[in-house]
Write a protein that binds this ligand. Structure first.
Ligand code: NAD
Length: 501
Protein backbone atom coordinates (compact mmCIF):
# COMPACT_ATOMS: atom_id res chain seq x y z
CA UNK A 1 0.00 0.00 0.00
CA UNK A 2 1.36 3.41 -0.95
CA UNK A 3 1.79 6.18 1.60
CA UNK A 4 -0.81 8.27 -0.24
CA UNK A 5 -3.40 5.50 -0.07
CA UNK A 6 -2.84 4.80 3.62
CA UNK A 7 -3.08 8.55 4.36
CA UNK A 8 -6.39 8.76 2.50
CA UNK A 9 -7.74 5.64 4.20
CA UNK A 10 -6.92 7.15 7.57
CA UNK A 11 -8.65 10.42 6.62
CA UNK A 12 -11.67 8.49 5.32
CA UNK A 13 -11.99 6.75 8.71
CA UNK A 14 -12.03 10.02 10.62
CA UNK A 15 -13.97 12.39 8.33
CA UNK A 16 -17.52 13.36 9.30
CA UNK A 17 -19.93 12.08 6.65
CA UNK A 18 -22.74 14.57 5.96
CA UNK A 19 -26.09 12.83 6.22
CA UNK A 20 -28.74 15.41 7.13
CA UNK A 21 -30.95 17.79 5.22
CA UNK A 22 -30.14 21.51 5.33
CA UNK A 23 -33.42 23.40 5.58
CA UNK A 24 -33.97 26.99 6.62
CA UNK A 25 -30.41 27.27 7.87
CA UNK A 26 -30.49 24.14 10.01
CA UNK A 27 -29.26 20.58 9.74
CA UNK A 28 -32.25 18.27 10.18
CA UNK A 29 -33.17 14.61 9.99
CA UNK A 30 -36.14 13.67 7.84
CA UNK A 31 -39.43 14.61 9.50
CA UNK A 32 -40.62 11.00 9.53
CA UNK A 33 -37.18 9.86 10.71
CA UNK A 34 -36.51 7.72 7.62
CA UNK A 35 -33.04 7.10 6.18
CA UNK A 36 -31.51 5.47 3.14
CA UNK A 37 -28.19 3.64 2.92
CA UNK A 38 -25.29 5.42 1.28
CA UNK A 39 -23.11 2.58 -0.02
CA UNK A 40 -19.44 2.96 -0.90
CA UNK A 41 -18.88 1.75 -4.45
CA UNK A 42 -15.17 1.42 -3.63
CA UNK A 43 -15.78 -1.66 -1.45
CA UNK A 44 -19.54 -2.16 -1.19
CA UNK A 45 -19.63 -1.18 2.50
CA UNK A 46 -22.17 1.07 4.19
CA UNK A 47 -20.82 4.61 4.42
CA UNK A 48 -23.69 6.25 6.28
CA UNK A 49 -27.42 6.37 6.66
CA UNK A 50 -28.77 9.55 5.17
CA UNK A 51 -31.97 11.44 5.94
CA UNK A 52 -34.57 10.28 3.44
CA UNK A 53 -36.59 13.38 2.66
CA UNK A 54 -40.21 12.84 1.67
CA UNK A 55 -43.05 15.09 0.52
CA UNK A 56 -43.38 16.69 3.99
CA UNK A 57 -39.66 17.56 4.05
CA UNK A 58 -39.94 19.06 0.57
CA UNK A 59 -42.94 21.09 1.78
CA UNK A 60 -41.00 22.70 4.62
CA UNK A 61 -37.95 23.31 2.43
CA UNK A 62 -40.05 24.94 -0.29
CA UNK A 63 -41.88 27.03 2.32
CA UNK A 64 -38.52 28.18 3.76
CA UNK A 65 -37.25 29.01 0.28
CA UNK A 66 -40.45 30.91 -0.52
CA UNK A 67 -40.25 32.94 2.72
CA UNK A 68 -36.64 33.80 1.98
CA UNK A 69 -37.57 34.89 -1.51
CA UNK A 70 -40.65 36.84 -0.48
CA UNK A 71 -38.95 38.89 2.22
CA UNK A 72 -36.06 39.71 -0.08
CA UNK A 73 -33.31 38.70 2.37
CA UNK A 74 -31.17 37.59 -0.57
CA UNK A 75 -32.90 38.88 -3.68
CA UNK A 76 -32.89 42.48 -2.43
CA UNK A 77 -29.27 42.62 -1.35
CA UNK A 78 -27.15 44.99 -3.42
CA UNK A 79 -25.23 43.19 -6.17
CA UNK A 80 -21.96 43.96 -4.41
CA UNK A 81 -23.18 42.30 -1.21
CA UNK A 82 -24.38 39.18 -3.07
CA UNK A 83 -21.08 38.97 -4.87
CA UNK A 84 -19.12 39.15 -1.62
CA UNK A 85 -21.07 36.25 -0.10
CA UNK A 86 -20.69 34.07 -3.19
CA UNK A 87 -16.95 34.78 -3.30
CA UNK A 88 -16.75 33.89 0.37
CA UNK A 89 -18.50 30.61 -0.43
CA UNK A 90 -15.95 29.93 -3.18
CA UNK A 91 -13.14 30.72 -0.70
CA UNK A 92 -14.60 28.23 1.78
CA UNK A 93 -14.94 25.59 -0.95
CA UNK A 94 -11.28 26.15 -1.73
CA UNK A 95 -10.17 25.92 1.88
CA UNK A 96 -12.28 22.73 2.28
CA UNK A 97 -11.26 21.30 -1.09
CA UNK A 98 -9.41 18.34 0.39
CA UNK A 99 -12.41 17.37 2.53
CA UNK A 100 -14.87 17.85 -0.34
CA UNK A 101 -12.73 15.81 -2.74
CA UNK A 102 -12.50 12.97 -0.24
CA UNK A 103 -16.28 13.00 0.27
CA UNK A 104 -16.86 13.03 -3.50
CA UNK A 105 -14.51 10.14 -4.10
CA UNK A 106 -16.02 8.10 -1.24
CA UNK A 107 -19.54 8.78 -2.48
CA UNK A 108 -18.99 7.95 -6.15
CA UNK A 109 -15.94 5.68 -6.43
CA UNK A 110 -14.23 8.19 -8.71
CA UNK A 111 -10.44 8.53 -8.41
CA UNK A 112 -9.55 11.00 -5.69
CA UNK A 113 -7.10 12.68 -8.04
CA UNK A 114 -10.04 13.54 -10.36
CA UNK A 115 -12.15 14.81 -7.49
CA UNK A 116 -9.22 16.99 -6.41
CA UNK A 117 -8.19 18.19 -9.87
CA UNK A 118 -11.55 18.41 -11.61
CA UNK A 119 -14.78 18.08 -9.62
CA UNK A 120 -14.13 20.41 -6.71
CA UNK A 121 -12.14 23.11 -8.59
CA UNK A 122 -14.76 23.22 -11.38
CA UNK A 123 -17.62 23.44 -8.89
CA UNK A 124 -15.78 26.33 -7.23
CA UNK A 125 -15.18 27.97 -10.63
CA UNK A 126 -18.94 28.06 -11.19
CA UNK A 127 -19.52 29.91 -7.93
CA UNK A 128 -16.79 32.46 -8.73
CA UNK A 129 -17.89 32.93 -12.33
CA UNK A 130 -21.49 33.80 -11.39
CA UNK A 131 -20.35 35.85 -8.38
CA UNK A 132 -18.39 37.97 -10.85
CA UNK A 133 -21.10 38.02 -13.50
CA UNK A 134 -23.94 39.17 -11.29
CA UNK A 135 -22.90 42.82 -11.19
CA UNK A 136 -21.82 42.95 -14.82
CA UNK A 137 -24.88 41.79 -16.69
CA UNK A 138 -27.11 44.66 -17.75
CA UNK A 139 -30.70 44.78 -18.99
CA UNK A 140 -31.88 46.49 -22.18
CA UNK A 141 -33.27 49.91 -22.97
CA UNK A 142 -35.67 49.97 -25.92
CA UNK A 143 -35.08 52.14 -29.00
CA UNK A 144 -35.64 55.83 -28.29
CA UNK A 145 -39.29 56.78 -28.53
CA UNK A 146 -40.30 60.41 -27.99
CA UNK A 147 -43.18 59.69 -25.60
CA UNK A 148 -41.79 56.65 -23.85
CA UNK A 149 -38.98 55.09 -21.93
CA UNK A 150 -38.97 51.32 -22.34
CA UNK A 151 -36.65 48.82 -20.77
CA UNK A 152 -36.45 45.08 -20.24
CA UNK A 153 -35.30 43.70 -16.95
CA UNK A 154 -34.55 40.17 -15.73
CA UNK A 155 -36.36 39.22 -12.56
CA UNK A 156 -35.65 36.08 -10.54
CA UNK A 157 -38.22 33.30 -10.92
CA UNK A 158 -38.60 32.58 -7.19
CA UNK A 159 -38.07 29.03 -5.90
CA UNK A 160 -35.89 26.79 -8.04
CA UNK A 161 -35.93 23.01 -7.56
CA UNK A 162 -32.65 21.48 -8.69
CA UNK A 163 -32.41 17.71 -9.22
CA UNK A 164 -28.96 16.39 -10.08
CA UNK A 165 -27.21 13.09 -10.84
CA UNK A 166 -24.27 11.30 -9.22
CA UNK A 167 -21.58 11.33 -11.89
CA UNK A 168 -20.23 14.79 -11.01
CA UNK A 169 -22.38 15.49 -7.95
CA UNK A 170 -21.11 18.87 -6.79
CA UNK A 171 -19.99 20.07 -10.20
CA UNK A 172 -23.46 19.51 -11.74
CA UNK A 173 -25.16 20.98 -8.69
CA UNK A 174 -23.11 24.17 -8.87
CA UNK A 175 -23.82 24.59 -12.59
CA UNK A 176 -27.39 25.20 -11.41
CA UNK A 177 -27.10 26.59 -7.89
CA UNK A 178 -24.56 29.31 -8.73
CA UNK A 179 -26.43 31.06 -11.61
CA UNK A 180 -29.78 30.61 -9.84
CA UNK A 181 -28.39 32.32 -6.73
CA UNK A 182 -26.70 35.01 -8.81
CA UNK A 183 -30.10 35.92 -10.24
CA UNK A 184 -31.58 36.23 -6.72
CA UNK A 185 -33.60 33.01 -6.50
CA UNK A 186 -34.02 30.62 -3.60
CA UNK A 187 -33.20 26.94 -4.09
CA UNK A 188 -34.19 23.49 -2.97
CA UNK A 189 -31.59 21.01 -4.21
CA UNK A 190 -32.20 17.28 -4.28
CA UNK A 191 -28.91 15.48 -4.79
CA UNK A 192 -28.80 11.96 -6.21
CA UNK A 193 -29.28 9.29 -3.55
CA UNK A 194 -25.95 7.73 -4.52
CA UNK A 195 -24.00 10.93 -3.79
CA UNK A 196 -25.59 13.39 -1.36
CA UNK A 197 -22.57 14.31 0.78
CA UNK A 198 -20.86 17.25 -0.93
CA UNK A 199 -24.13 19.09 -1.62
CA UNK A 200 -25.02 18.93 2.08
CA UNK A 201 -21.55 20.10 3.10
CA UNK A 202 -21.57 23.00 0.65
CA UNK A 203 -25.00 24.14 1.85
CA UNK A 204 -23.45 24.32 5.34
CA UNK A 205 -20.50 26.29 3.98
CA UNK A 206 -22.92 28.67 2.26
CA UNK A 207 -24.44 29.50 5.64
CA UNK A 208 -20.96 30.09 7.02
CA UNK A 209 -20.30 32.38 4.04
CA UNK A 210 -23.29 34.50 5.05
CA UNK A 211 -25.96 33.27 2.65
CA UNK A 212 -29.18 33.91 4.58
CA UNK A 213 -31.01 30.83 5.93
CA UNK A 214 -33.67 29.40 3.65
CA UNK A 215 -32.02 30.60 0.43
CA UNK A 216 -30.15 27.39 -0.34
CA UNK A 217 -31.75 24.23 1.04
CA UNK A 218 -30.69 20.64 0.41
CA UNK A 219 -33.10 17.73 0.85
CA UNK A 220 -31.54 14.32 0.26
CA UNK A 221 -33.92 11.53 -0.62
CA UNK A 222 -35.00 9.09 -3.28
CA UNK A 223 -36.02 10.23 -6.73
CA UNK A 224 -39.51 8.76 -6.65
CA UNK A 225 -40.30 10.38 -3.31
CA UNK A 226 -38.32 13.58 -2.64
CA UNK A 227 -37.57 14.30 -6.32
CA UNK A 228 -41.14 13.69 -7.43
CA UNK A 229 -42.57 15.80 -4.58
CA UNK A 230 -40.30 18.68 -5.55
CA UNK A 231 -41.25 18.45 -9.22
CA UNK A 232 -44.98 18.25 -8.42
CA UNK A 233 -44.88 21.07 -5.88
CA UNK A 234 -47.31 23.91 -6.59
CA UNK A 235 -44.97 26.55 -5.19
CA UNK A 236 -41.81 25.64 -7.10
CA UNK A 237 -41.28 27.90 -10.13
CA UNK A 238 -38.77 25.82 -12.03
CA UNK A 239 -37.07 22.43 -12.05
CA UNK A 240 -33.48 22.47 -13.29
CA UNK A 241 -32.55 18.88 -14.00
CA UNK A 242 -29.57 16.82 -15.07
CA UNK A 243 -30.12 13.10 -15.43
CA UNK A 244 -31.72 10.47 -17.59
CA UNK A 245 -34.25 10.91 -20.36
CA UNK A 246 -36.66 8.62 -18.53
CA UNK A 247 -36.82 10.98 -15.56
CA UNK A 248 -36.73 14.04 -17.85
CA UNK A 249 -39.97 12.86 -19.44
CA UNK A 250 -41.55 12.39 -16.00
CA UNK A 251 -40.56 15.90 -14.97
CA UNK A 252 -42.39 17.40 -17.93
CA UNK A 253 -45.47 15.39 -16.99
CA UNK A 254 -45.20 16.53 -13.36
CA UNK A 255 -45.02 20.11 -14.56
CA UNK A 256 -48.20 19.60 -16.60
CA UNK A 257 -49.92 17.93 -13.67
CA UNK A 258 -49.04 20.75 -11.27
CA UNK A 259 -48.36 24.43 -11.90
CA UNK A 260 -46.73 24.43 -15.36
CA UNK A 261 -43.41 25.18 -13.73
CA UNK A 262 -40.56 25.71 -16.13
CA UNK A 263 -38.35 22.70 -16.74
CA UNK A 264 -34.81 22.62 -18.06
CA UNK A 265 -33.34 19.26 -18.98
CA UNK A 266 -29.73 18.19 -19.41
CA UNK A 267 -30.05 14.56 -20.45
CA UNK A 268 -27.93 11.81 -21.87
CA UNK A 269 -26.00 11.27 -25.08
CA UNK A 270 -24.51 8.78 -27.50
CA UNK A 271 -21.85 11.12 -28.73
CA UNK A 272 -19.85 10.38 -31.87
CA UNK A 273 -16.17 11.12 -32.34
CA UNK A 274 -15.11 11.03 -35.99
CA UNK A 275 -11.54 10.30 -37.04
CA UNK A 276 -10.80 11.29 -40.64
CA UNK A 277 -7.77 9.88 -42.48
CA UNK A 278 -6.05 13.29 -42.38
CA UNK A 279 -6.24 13.39 -38.56
CA UNK A 280 -3.33 15.70 -37.66
CA UNK A 281 -2.29 13.86 -34.52
CA UNK A 282 -3.02 10.13 -34.42
CA UNK A 283 -1.46 9.62 -31.00
CA UNK A 284 -3.33 12.61 -29.52
CA UNK A 285 -6.60 11.51 -31.10
CA UNK A 286 -6.12 7.98 -29.77
CA UNK A 287 -5.57 9.34 -26.26
CA UNK A 288 -8.65 11.54 -26.75
CA UNK A 289 -10.70 8.60 -28.02
CA UNK A 290 -9.75 6.43 -25.04
CA UNK A 291 -10.10 9.00 -22.28
CA UNK A 292 -13.30 10.51 -23.69
CA UNK A 293 -15.03 7.19 -22.93
CA UNK A 294 -13.01 5.89 -19.98
CA UNK A 295 -12.75 9.08 -17.91
CA UNK A 296 -14.96 8.82 -14.80
CA UNK A 297 -15.45 5.12 -15.67
CA UNK A 298 -17.51 6.17 -18.70
CA UNK A 299 -20.13 7.84 -16.53
CA UNK A 300 -20.05 11.11 -18.41
CA UNK A 301 -23.02 12.47 -20.34
CA UNK A 302 -20.70 13.70 -23.12
CA UNK A 303 -18.71 10.43 -23.25
CA UNK A 304 -17.65 9.74 -26.83
CA UNK A 305 -19.19 6.30 -26.78
CA UNK A 306 -19.29 5.92 -30.57
CA UNK A 307 -15.91 6.08 -32.28
CA UNK A 308 -16.26 6.50 -36.04
CA UNK A 309 -12.98 5.70 -37.82
CA UNK A 310 -12.27 6.00 -41.54
CA UNK A 311 -11.51 2.58 -43.03
CA UNK A 312 -8.17 3.80 -44.49
CA UNK A 313 -6.67 4.32 -41.03
CA UNK A 314 -8.81 2.01 -38.97
CA UNK A 315 -6.20 -0.69 -38.24
CA UNK A 316 -3.47 1.80 -37.37
CA UNK A 317 -5.76 3.99 -35.29
CA UNK A 318 -7.37 1.14 -33.38
CA UNK A 319 -3.94 -0.26 -32.49
CA UNK A 320 -3.13 3.13 -30.91
CA UNK A 321 -6.44 3.34 -29.03
CA UNK A 322 -6.03 -0.17 -27.66
CA UNK A 323 -2.45 0.64 -26.65
CA UNK A 324 -3.66 3.63 -24.58
CA UNK A 325 -6.72 1.87 -23.17
CA UNK A 326 -4.87 -1.29 -22.16
CA UNK A 327 -2.78 0.80 -19.78
CA UNK A 328 -5.90 2.13 -18.03
CA UNK A 329 -6.32 -0.17 -15.06
CA UNK A 330 -8.97 -0.06 -12.39
CA UNK A 331 -7.56 0.84 -8.99
CA UNK A 332 -8.58 1.90 -5.51
CA UNK A 333 -10.24 5.33 -5.87
CA UNK A 334 -8.49 6.54 -2.73
CA UNK A 335 -5.04 5.77 -4.12
CA UNK A 336 -3.65 9.06 -5.51
CA UNK A 337 -2.13 7.10 -8.41
CA UNK A 338 -5.49 5.68 -9.58
CA UNK A 339 -6.89 7.14 -12.78
CA UNK A 340 -9.81 4.74 -13.25
CA UNK A 341 -11.97 3.85 -10.27
CA UNK A 342 -15.27 2.17 -9.43
CA UNK A 343 -18.66 2.61 -11.03
CA UNK A 344 -21.11 4.44 -8.80
CA UNK A 345 -23.27 1.49 -7.75
CA UNK A 346 -23.88 -2.21 -8.16
CA UNK A 347 -26.85 -1.32 -10.38
CA UNK A 348 -24.78 0.85 -12.72
CA UNK A 349 -22.11 -1.87 -12.93
CA UNK A 350 -24.75 -4.48 -13.77
CA UNK A 351 -26.16 -2.23 -16.50
CA UNK A 352 -22.71 -1.92 -18.09
CA UNK A 353 -22.13 -5.67 -17.86
CA UNK A 354 -25.52 -6.30 -19.46
CA UNK A 355 -24.66 -4.03 -22.40
CA UNK A 356 -21.35 -5.89 -22.80
CA UNK A 357 -23.20 -9.21 -23.05
CA UNK A 358 -25.67 -7.74 -25.55
CA UNK A 359 -22.83 -6.43 -27.73
CA UNK A 360 -21.21 -9.87 -27.73
CA UNK A 361 -24.51 -11.52 -28.60
CA UNK A 362 -25.09 -9.07 -31.45
CA UNK A 363 -21.75 -10.03 -33.00
CA UNK A 364 -19.48 -7.09 -32.16
CA UNK A 365 -15.80 -7.96 -31.81
CA UNK A 366 -14.49 -7.63 -28.25
CA UNK A 367 -10.97 -6.21 -28.43
CA UNK A 368 -10.40 -5.16 -24.82
CA UNK A 369 -11.83 -5.75 -21.36
CA UNK A 370 -15.35 -7.10 -21.25
CA UNK A 371 -15.99 -7.83 -17.59
CA UNK A 372 -15.90 -7.03 -13.91
CA UNK A 373 -12.53 -6.58 -12.19
CA UNK A 374 -11.29 -6.16 -8.59
CA UNK A 375 -14.26 -8.21 -7.43
CA UNK A 376 -12.36 -9.24 -4.27
CA UNK A 377 -12.54 -5.60 -3.09
CA UNK A 378 -16.33 -5.86 -2.83
CA UNK A 379 -16.54 -2.76 -5.04
CA UNK A 380 -18.09 -2.21 -8.46
CA UNK A 381 -15.33 -2.13 -11.07
CA UNK A 382 -15.69 -2.78 -14.81
CA UNK A 383 -12.63 -2.98 -17.07
CA UNK A 384 -12.27 -0.48 -19.91
CA UNK A 385 -14.01 -2.28 -22.74
CA UNK A 386 -13.75 -1.83 -26.51
CA UNK A 387 -15.90 -3.43 -29.17
CA UNK A 388 -14.93 -3.13 -32.84
CA UNK A 389 -17.14 -3.93 -35.85
CA UNK A 390 -20.19 -2.36 -34.24
CA UNK A 391 -22.95 -1.70 -36.75
CA UNK A 392 -24.86 1.61 -36.65
CA UNK A 393 -28.07 -0.26 -35.82
CA UNK A 394 -26.59 -2.28 -32.93
CA UNK A 395 -27.80 -1.71 -29.37
CA UNK A 396 -24.32 -0.47 -28.41
CA UNK A 397 -24.52 2.18 -31.13
CA UNK A 398 -27.97 3.37 -30.11
CA UNK A 399 -28.38 3.19 -26.33
CA UNK A 400 -26.48 5.07 -23.68
CA UNK A 401 -24.51 2.68 -21.47
CA UNK A 402 -23.16 5.28 -19.06
CA UNK A 403 -20.20 3.02 -18.42
CA UNK A 404 -16.72 2.28 -19.82
CA UNK A 405 -17.81 0.63 -23.06
CA UNK A 406 -16.67 1.94 -26.44
CA UNK A 407 -18.24 0.92 -29.76
CA UNK A 408 -16.18 1.38 -32.92
CA UNK A 409 -17.85 1.89 -36.29
CA UNK A 410 -16.06 2.17 -39.63
CA UNK A 411 -16.96 4.60 -42.45
CA UNK A 412 -15.70 5.25 -45.95
CA UNK A 413 -16.67 8.81 -46.84
CA UNK A 414 -17.52 12.10 -45.23
CA UNK A 415 -21.25 12.05 -45.93
CA UNK A 416 -21.52 8.57 -44.48
CA UNK A 417 -19.72 9.71 -41.31
CA UNK A 418 -22.20 12.54 -40.71
CA UNK A 419 -25.13 10.27 -41.51
CA UNK A 420 -24.02 7.70 -38.91
CA UNK A 421 -23.07 10.41 -36.40
CA UNK A 422 -26.51 12.03 -36.58
CA UNK A 423 -28.42 8.75 -36.63
CA UNK A 424 -29.34 8.93 -32.95
CA UNK A 425 -32.09 10.39 -30.82
CA UNK A 426 -29.40 12.24 -28.86
CA UNK A 427 -27.50 15.42 -29.68
CA UNK A 428 -25.28 16.33 -26.76
CA UNK A 429 -21.73 16.43 -28.16
CA UNK A 430 -19.73 15.44 -31.21
CA UNK A 431 -16.08 15.53 -32.17
CA UNK A 432 -14.11 15.56 -35.36
CA UNK A 433 -10.40 15.11 -36.01
CA UNK A 434 -9.11 16.45 -39.33
CA UNK A 435 -6.36 18.71 -40.67
CA UNK A 436 -8.65 20.04 -43.41
CA UNK A 437 -10.13 23.38 -42.34
CA UNK A 438 -12.95 23.23 -44.88
CA UNK A 439 -13.90 19.76 -43.77
CA UNK A 440 -13.83 20.88 -40.12
CA UNK A 441 -16.27 23.69 -40.92
CA UNK A 442 -18.48 21.34 -42.92
CA UNK A 443 -18.52 18.95 -39.97
CA UNK A 444 -19.44 21.68 -37.49
CA UNK A 445 -22.46 22.53 -39.63
CA UNK A 446 -23.43 18.94 -40.34
CA UNK A 447 -23.30 17.57 -36.79
CA UNK A 448 -26.47 17.91 -34.72
CA UNK A 449 -25.13 18.45 -31.23
CA UNK A 450 -25.06 21.11 -28.54
CA UNK A 451 -21.27 21.14 -28.57
CA UNK A 452 -18.90 20.23 -31.36
CA UNK A 453 -15.18 19.85 -30.68
CA UNK A 454 -12.56 19.94 -33.42
CA UNK A 455 -9.24 18.14 -32.80
CA UNK A 456 -9.97 17.77 -29.10
CA UNK A 457 -12.65 16.48 -26.73
CA UNK A 458 -14.55 18.26 -23.98
CA UNK A 459 -12.38 21.28 -24.53
CA UNK A 460 -14.64 23.89 -22.91
CA UNK A 461 -15.20 25.39 -19.50
CA UNK A 462 -17.66 27.53 -17.58
CA UNK A 463 -17.33 30.35 -20.14
CA UNK A 464 -19.18 28.38 -22.85
CA UNK A 465 -22.82 27.23 -22.85
CA UNK A 466 -23.50 23.54 -22.29
CA UNK A 467 -26.58 21.54 -23.23
CA UNK A 468 -28.21 19.30 -25.75
CA UNK A 469 -30.04 19.15 -29.04
CA UNK A 470 -32.84 16.65 -29.68
CA UNK A 471 -33.49 14.21 -26.80
CA UNK A 472 -30.36 15.35 -24.98
CA UNK A 473 -32.55 18.08 -23.53
CA UNK A 474 -33.00 21.82 -23.64
CA UNK A 475 -31.86 24.84 -21.70
CA UNK A 476 -28.22 25.67 -21.17
CA UNK A 477 -25.93 25.42 -18.18
CA UNK A 478 -22.66 27.42 -17.96
CA UNK A 479 -21.85 30.85 -19.41
CA UNK A 480 -23.99 33.97 -19.10
CA UNK A 481 -26.80 32.16 -20.99
CA UNK A 482 -27.45 30.03 -17.91
CA UNK A 483 -28.47 33.11 -15.94
CA UNK A 484 -31.38 33.85 -18.28
CA UNK A 485 -32.84 30.46 -17.48
CA UNK A 486 -33.38 31.44 -13.86
CA UNK A 487 -35.17 34.69 -14.64
CA UNK A 488 -38.28 36.09 -16.24
CA UNK A 489 -37.95 38.97 -18.63
CA UNK A 490 -40.14 41.92 -17.73
CA UNK A 491 -40.81 44.68 -20.29
CA UNK A 492 -41.43 48.04 -18.64
CA UNK A 493 -42.70 51.17 -20.32
CA UNK A 494 -42.91 54.70 -18.89
CA UNK A 495 -45.09 57.15 -20.74
CA UNK A 496 -43.49 60.58 -20.59
CA UNK A 497 -46.21 63.15 -20.27
CA UNK A 498 -45.64 66.15 -22.46
CA UNK A 499 -43.40 64.14 -24.79
CA UNK A 500 -39.91 65.43 -25.37
CA UNK A 501 -39.00 69.07 -25.36
P1 NAD B 1 -31.62 9.64 -13.09
O1 NAD B 1 -32.41 10.40 -14.07
O2 NAD B 1 -32.08 8.30 -12.68
O3 NAD B 1 -31.45 10.45 -11.73
C1 NAD B 1 -31.11 11.82 -11.73
C2 NAD B 1 -31.78 12.48 -10.56
O4 NAD B 1 -33.19 12.39 -10.73
C3 NAD B 1 -31.46 11.86 -9.20
O5 NAD B 1 -31.32 12.88 -8.24
C4 NAD B 1 -32.70 11.04 -8.91
O6 NAD B 1 -32.95 10.85 -7.54
C5 NAD B 1 -33.77 11.90 -9.53
N1 NAD B 1 -35.01 11.18 -9.85
C6 NAD B 1 -35.17 9.88 -10.16
N2 NAD B 1 -36.49 9.61 -10.35
C7 NAD B 1 -37.16 10.76 -10.18
C8 NAD B 1 -38.53 11.12 -10.24
N3 NAD B 1 -39.48 10.22 -10.53
N4 NAD B 1 -38.87 12.41 -10.00
C9 NAD B 1 -37.93 13.32 -9.71
N5 NAD B 1 -36.62 13.03 -9.61
C10 NAD B 1 -36.23 11.76 -9.85
O7 NAD B 1 -30.19 9.61 -13.73
P2 NAD B 1 -28.86 9.06 -13.12
O8 NAD B 1 -28.89 7.60 -13.24
O9 NAD B 1 -28.66 9.64 -11.76
O10 NAD B 1 -27.77 9.74 -14.07
C11 NAD B 1 -27.45 9.18 -15.28
C12 NAD B 1 -28.10 9.93 -16.42
O11 NAD B 1 -27.86 11.33 -16.32
C13 NAD B 1 -27.52 9.53 -17.74
O12 NAD B 1 -28.53 9.31 -18.68
C14 NAD B 1 -26.66 10.72 -18.15
O13 NAD B 1 -26.41 10.88 -19.49
C15 NAD B 1 -27.39 11.85 -17.56
N6 NAD B 1 -26.48 12.97 -17.32
C16 NAD B 1 -26.58 14.06 -18.13
C17 NAD B 1 -25.73 15.15 -17.96
C18 NAD B 1 -25.86 16.38 -18.82
O14 NAD B 1 -25.35 17.41 -18.44
N7 NAD B 1 -26.51 16.34 -19.94
C19 NAD B 1 -24.77 15.13 -16.95
C20 NAD B 1 -24.71 14.00 -16.12
C21 NAD B 1 -25.58 12.93 -16.32
Amino acid sequence: MTQGLSDNLAKAESIALPNMAVVDGELRPALAGGTFDNISSRDGRLLAQVAAGEAADIDIAVAAARRAFADGRWRNLAPKAKKKILHKLADLMESHAEELALLESLDTGKPIRDAQAVDIPLATDSVRYYAEALDKVYGEVGPHHPGRLSYAVHEPLGVIGAIVPWNFPLHMAMWKVAPALAMGNSIVLKPAEQSPMTAIRVAELALEAGLPPGVFNVVPGLGETAGKALALHMDVDMIAFTGSGVVGRLLMQYSGQSNLKRVSLELGGKSPQIIFPDCPDIAGAARGAAWSIFYNQGQVCTAASRLLVHEDIRAEFMAEVVKVASRIEAGDPLDPATRFGAMVSAGQMETALRYIETAKAEGAELVLGGGRVREESGGYYVAPTIFDQVTPGATLAREEVFGPVLGVIGFSDEAEAYRIANDTVYGLAAGVWTADLDRAHRAVRALHAGQVWVNGWDADDITMPFGGFKQSGFGRDRSLHAMEKYADLKAVSFTIRGGVA
